[in-house]
Ligand binder design. Structure first.
Ligand SMILES: Cc1cc2nc3c(=O)[nH]c(=O)nc-3n(C[C@H](O)[C@H](O)[C@H](O)COP(=O)(O)OP(=O)(O)OC[C@H]3O[C@@H](n4cnc5c(N)ncnc54)[C@H](O)[C@@H]3O)c2cc1C
Length: 415
């Protein structure tokens, strides 16, 4: 049997493996984590809306009923193209006949001094748990040392007014003003906490229609989020943030939602890279010069118009399905086909009963209908029935009770 090695159990990688069901190949999915991360809901883990496990099913469990898929926990470091082997850190190389690279992105701090050391990115499950620990710890610290509030302990700055920044700001404001206010009643003036979004462009949600941008701005402001448009962070220190122009904000927390770049694995493959370090692929998603290998999802630079397809889950999923079909066609002696992305629209939630959705044919939704559409779609895409049920239960509980579940300061080791 031909060996298909898929690097990354992300949105794209899982889709490749799933769509090779029943195809006479041996598939090995390699990931440095033994779980899949549903990134669009990481901000809910960070703001104590969901448990970490709700958004991260174990990969082995997802393939219990698919005999031709195996999982290998390991970190890919490079490829021996001549002998068709994938190098793994501290393990023997994995031989392949077809390789699919879907290792996603990493945070891009754009060289802002201090950002890599002191900012909180929101890209992995570990990032989300670390941020939740930190936010809750700041409230505990401010209760025992009230002078820390003036020092910025309860000021939470979010850099980037794209969907991740907007979603995080809305959820954090709700956690603070609806939940922590009750947790710390009588002992800490939680109303002094501030959530600030810093966006360098003149509008939030850059890729959306101006009406959606306006809706996001008005909603966040009405929920006590300060939005600073046309402002840029120029330096980050543990307790203060400097904006271009010299203004200093005292804040113990800077959440980095400003951008991504291709996973460094792209650079280790010795292939052509495009903007953001993404692997340039041919129209059928194969890597030029390596017809047996494909790149999909965030790590791939798929030409579209003057630029490239956006780094979104549906792009990765559709690419994964396309590559599975390509591999199948190759086994059957069929012809290679170009990938065609079908844009089904984009959404961003702003908080309870507030979201914007832009659908095909110019259809736009905002407020409660968009929020329900967002909830339904995300529920549908969460991998694993157990996770789906758990997310639904958590959302239902929070919606009805205005309470949030996992407000744990959880360390892997006791202090
Ligand atoms: C906070 C956040 C919110 C988002 N919200 C949305 C949204 O609302 N809607 C939307 O469409 N998109 C959203 N996105 C983007 C979306 O999550 C990505 O486009 C999508 O995950 C890309 O899928 P992928 O398969 O390319 O990579 P990923 O899903 O990132 O998967 C990559 C996998 O590769 C593994 N990996 C990385 N390096 C190695 C290595 N060297 N060896 C082995 N394994 C490795 C990782 O552990 C990971 O499991 C969001 C992203 C983030 C970070």
């Amino acid at each position: 049997l031909k060996r298909v090695v898929v690097v990354g159990a992300g949105f794209g990688g899982l889709e490749v493996a799933t769509h090779l069901r029943g195809v006479p190949v041996e598939v090995t999915v390699v990931d440095r984590n033994n779980f899949h991360t549903f990134q669009p809901l990481l901000y809910q883990v960070a703001t104590a809306g969901l448990n970490a496990a709700d958004v991260a099913p174990a990969v082995r469990g997802l393939f219990h009923r698919q005999a031709n898929v195996a999982f290998r926990r390991g970190s890919a470091t490079g490829v021996d193209w001549e002998n068709r082997r994938l190098f793994l850190a501290e393990q023997d190389p994995l031989p392949f006949d077809h390789l699919v690279v879907g290792a996603g992105s990493v945070t891009n701090f754009f060289g802002v001094p201090g950002a890599a050391e002191h900012a909180f990115p929101l890209y992995t499950l570990a990032d989300a748990t670390r941020l939740r620990n930190h936010v809750l710890e700041r409230f505990e610290a401010a209760e025992s040392h009230p002078d820390l509030v003036a020092d910025g302990a309860l000021t939470f700055v979010i850099v980037g007014g794209g969907p991740t920044g907007v979603e995080t700001a809305g959820a954090l404001a709700e956690l603070i003003h609806a939940v922590l206010r009750k947790d710390f009643r009588g002992t800490l003036d939680v109303a002094r906490a501030q959530v600030v979004v810093v966006e360098m462009e003149p509008a939030l949600l850059g890729a959306f229609h101006p009406a959606s941008q306006r809706h996001a701005l008005d909603t966040l402001r009405s929920r006590r989020v300060e939005v600073r448009l046309g402002a840029r962070v120029s330096a980050v220190e543990p307790t203060r943030i400097t904006l271009a122009g010299g203004e200093i904000i005292s804040a113990h927390t800077l959440i980095w939602a400003a951008g991504v770049q291709a996973n460094p694995l792209a650079g280790a493959l010795g292939v052509a890279q495009g903007r953001g370090g993404r692997i340039v692929v041919d129209a059928d998603l194969s890597i030029p010069g390596h017809p047996e290998a494909y790149a999909i999802g965030d790590i791939a630079h798929v030409a579209a118009g003057d630029g490239a397809l956006p780094q979104l889950a549906p792009v990765a999923m559709q690419a994964g399905r396309h590559v599975a079909a390509q591999i199948k066609a190759d086994l059957e002696g069929g012809r290679s086909k170009p990938f065609r992305y079908v844009d089904k629209g984009t959404m961003a939630t702003i908080g309870r009963r507030a979201a914007v959705a832009e659908l095909p044919h110019g259809l736009r939704l905002s407020g409660t209908p968009a929020w329900f559409a967002w909830l339904g779609l995300h529920l549908l895409y969460v991998a694993g029935n157990r996770n789906r049920l758990s997310v639904l239960l958590n959302w239902g509980w929070s919606y009805l009770t205005w309470d949030r579940g996992p407000r744990l300061i959880l360390r892997s080791e006791e202090p």
